[in-house]
Design a protein around this ligand. Structure first.
Ligand code: TRP
Length: 369
């Protein structure tokens, strides 16, 4: 369906506190988009039902992390007056849509989804058996996105296959039932280092079980410990005079994702910018200690206002609850309206009015043979 509105829907699974990878890959951008004033409607979904698809045995973990994720949102600057924050399980329209869309996707197509493929491996479902619910989560994500008539979905790079799958579902739906759904587009960070921030140990992804995260809510002491104690640099750079490597050196990857020339003026005026610093490191003569200290300053500049904001909200959890309740109310109206439209297109709107009585009466007047 064509629309001249600009609508955002994005979301996160509440399986833990949000970390720096979420921040540079998505959250920071969301706040910029929110404050750009360019969008008619912005929605952020806490995808608790999706989180249950691979945590069915541990609903308590999801319950606990809903509050952590909302606090992370509010502390980075998501403003509930500008963005609707809502919770998936409180929006029944999403479940109905998922059920209809399931008929428009083949198991072969979901099996080809590269993100699903790698998650099946990672979670051991290949050996243990694959829960049907988990297998279907890309379809439920299509429901999330379309239920808000989203035109733009700001996400990390790993989510691109989900948006691709959503677009296919939209096209199939519109072709089968008539023009009903809005075709969304993914939006990923332009800076390649922001798209996929590695863990502090250099492993591809930040993950709680690997202990390689920097959380937005970490104390300065923990941040320092993660950088000084765990951050992977260049194993061949043994002495300060040795030439160093930038590639795969996590300190530089993080600086690439986060630092600006202003940070150099403020904390490391020996260099004008990151390129000059990298040149010195490559030449030899620049130690990891100096680089890490600079990175910690850059991180603290980002994280300390976030921490302060979190502290404020943390002391007003009743207000946070009200924000969610209000967001859910608004989101329910939007998603129910889309569900009605969908059911109308599919002609399963039998009980919207009594008009089907006449239709059935006509039908029953026809001779049987
Ligand atoms: N799958 C997303 C993630 O793991 C979370 C999510 C659920 C989402 N529904 C969404 C993201 C809709 C964007 C749009 O990060």
């Amino acid at each position: 369906m064509e629309t001249d509105k600009k609508i955002i829907l994005t979301g996160d699974r509440p399986t833990g506190r949000l970390h720096l990878g979420h921040y540079v890959g998505s959250l920071k951008r969301r706040v910029e988009l929110q404050n750009s004033g360019e969008f008619d409607d912005i929605n952020i979904l806490i995808a608790d039902d999706q989180a249950l698809t691979d945590n069915a045995d541990n609903p308590g973990k999801i319950r606990d992390n809903i509050i952590n994720v909302v606090l992370d949102y509010l502390s980075v600057g998501i403003d509930p007056d500008k963005s609707t924050i809502c919770v998936q399980s409180a929006l029944p329209a999403l479940h109905s849509l998922t059920f209809y869309y399931m008929n428009l996707v083949t198991t072969a197509r979901v099996s080809r989804n590269p993100t699903v493929k790698s998650e099946i491996q990672m979670r051991g479902f290949a050996d243990e058996g694959l829960p049907v619910g988990f297998f279907c989560y890309p379809i439920s994500q299509a429901a999330d996105i379309t239920a808000f008539d989203a035109t733009v979905v700001p996400v990390g790079e790993d989510q691109l296959p989900m948006i691709e799958q959503t677009r296919e579902i939209v096209e199939k739906f519109n072709k089968t039932y008539g023009d009903t759904l809005v075709l969304p587009k993914a939006m990923i960070p332009e800076n390649e280092f922001q798209r996929r921030l590695p863990g502090v140990d250099g492993k591809a992804k930040m993950s709680k079980s690997l202990g390689n995260c920097i959380y937005l809510s970490d104390t300065p002491k923990t941040v320092k410990k993660q950088v000084n104690g765990k951050m992977f640099t260049d194993p061949q750079h043994l002495k300060i005079e040795d030439p160093g490597h930038i590639e795969g050196n996590v300190v530089f990857t993080y600086l690439d994702a986060l630092c600006t020339d202003d940070h150099f003026r403020e904390y490391l005026p020996d260099y004008n910018n990151l390129d000059e610093m990298k040149e010195h490191y490559k030449r030899g003569g620049l130690g990891d200690g100096v680089c890490k200290k600079f990175l910690i300053s850059v991180l603290e500049e980002e994280l300390s206002p976030i921490r302060a904001e979190r502290e404020k909200w943390q002391n007003n959890i009743g207000d946070v609850y009200d924000i969610l309740a209000d967001g859910i109310n608004k989101a329910r109206k939007k998603t129910d309206a889309v569900l009605s439209r969908v059911q109308k297109s599919m002609r399963i709107d039998y009980f919207d009015d009594r008009s089907i009585i006449g239709e059935w009466e006509e039908l029953l007047k026809q001779p049987l043979n």
